[in-house]
Design a protein around this ligand. Structure first.
Ligand code: GLU
Length: 332
């Protein structure tokens, strides 16, 4: 197997100014949590003199109507979070929609197939949750590897009955990386996820494969995203290695939560950016509130993203998740 790319060689490949990205999934509308992440990704890239790409992660086209992506792009612009390249930026911008990139993912998927690094998995959802697959403390299931052990004859026979998903074989080894915010991280995929899915049984490529291929081909050197994706990073680093691609630097940031500590989601409809946009009519109080929550301002006060750039200090971003103080929002 190809070794992990040499750290120094990787650095040399990186241009000094970072290339960051917004990578929203338009399965719903942008909410305050997504905007928090976009604002920080923008500040990280821009404060380093870099660029931002907008990639629409609409892999699951059924769940991600184009109208959502359109609205999301308009909201980012309204917030002053302009991007330099990508979706909604003229010629070639369709290439930044994952729903248009299946042929590219297929090429990398075929490479994994040819090198026998993946195998079909016929397990149903119910089987995956069966007792033999231990559950991890955070509710994720550790795949038992049952389909990895099928004989060729068994595989052929199952192929007649159902369309498989595809999993990549992981190894019992430690994958370490330095996160830009959370520091040294070590994972063993064999103990933490087991062989993971790179293509679903309906043929849709999995997030882990698509995001790896896209970040590499789009020349992204700096990934800033929510800490809920920290445990996806070793899977992506593993794919970078298998595919011979150069990984970016990873920086995970705390999540915004409701008072119960739950990550903001669609149920928190009042924190949808469209709603806040109508209530405030001006992006500056929203950016100011997010800047305050990110430790950049002593109290929430109106400010533009551009103005924030002058004193952005990543060291001030909290380590722990952040409860959104509802009393600071309009209408409360
Ligand atoms: N599309 C993912 C999301 O909206 C983010 C993926 C990533 O940043 O790697 O949660």
């Amino acid at each position: 197997m190809t070794p992990l790319p040499d750290e120094n060689a990787t650095r040399k490949n990186k241009i000094n100014a970072p290339r960051g990205r917004f990578a929203p999934t338009p399965s719903g509308f942008l909410h305050l949590g997504n905007v928090f992440c976009s604002l920080l990704a923008w500040l990280y890239a821009k404060s380093g003199g870099g660029k931002i790409i907008l990639r629409i992660e609409d892999l699951d086209a059924q769940r991600c109507p184009r109208a959502n992506a359109d609205a999301l792009a308009r909201d980012l612009e309204w917030l002053g979070l302009f991007w330099d390249e990508g979706a909604y930026s003229g010629v070639g911008s369709e290439n930044y929609f994952q729903s248009r990139r299946s042929a590219i993912y297929e090429k990398y998927f075929n490479k994994l197939t040819q090198e026998k690094l993946i195998y079909p998995c016929f397990c149903s959802r119910a089987e995956l949750h069966a007792a033999e697959a231990p559950h991890l403390s955070d509710g994720r299931v550790l795949y038992s590897g049952v389909c990895r052990r099928l004989t060729e004859a068994e595989r052929q026979s199952k192929m007649q009955q159902r369309r498989p998903a595809y999993r990549v074989k992981v190894q019992d080894e430690t994958i370490s990386f330095t996160d830009g915010h959370y520091g040294e991280q070590s994972y063993n995929l064999a103990h933490e996820s087991g062989d993971f899915i790179v293509r679903r049984s309906d043929g849709v490529f999995a997030y882990q494969l698509a995001v790896t291929v896209d970040d590499a081909l789009m020349g992204v050197t700096q990934v800033v995203r929510g800490s809920d994706l920290l445990s996806s990073t070793p899977m992506q680093l593993y794919l970078y290695r298998l595919l011979g691609l150069t990984p970016p630097d990873f920086c995970h940031i705390p999540l915004l939560t409701d008072p119960d500590g739950r990550r903001l989601a669609k149920r928190d409809g009042d924190l949808e950016i469209g709603v806040l946009r109508r209530q405030y009519g001006d992006p500056r109080p929203i950016v100011g509130l997010l800047a305050y929550l990110a430790g950049q301002l002593p109290k929430p006060e109106p400010i533009s993203a551009q103005e924030l750039l002058a004193f952005f200090d990543p060291a001030k971003i909290p380590m722990h998740n952040i409860v959104v103080p509802r009393e600071l929002l309009p209408g409360s």
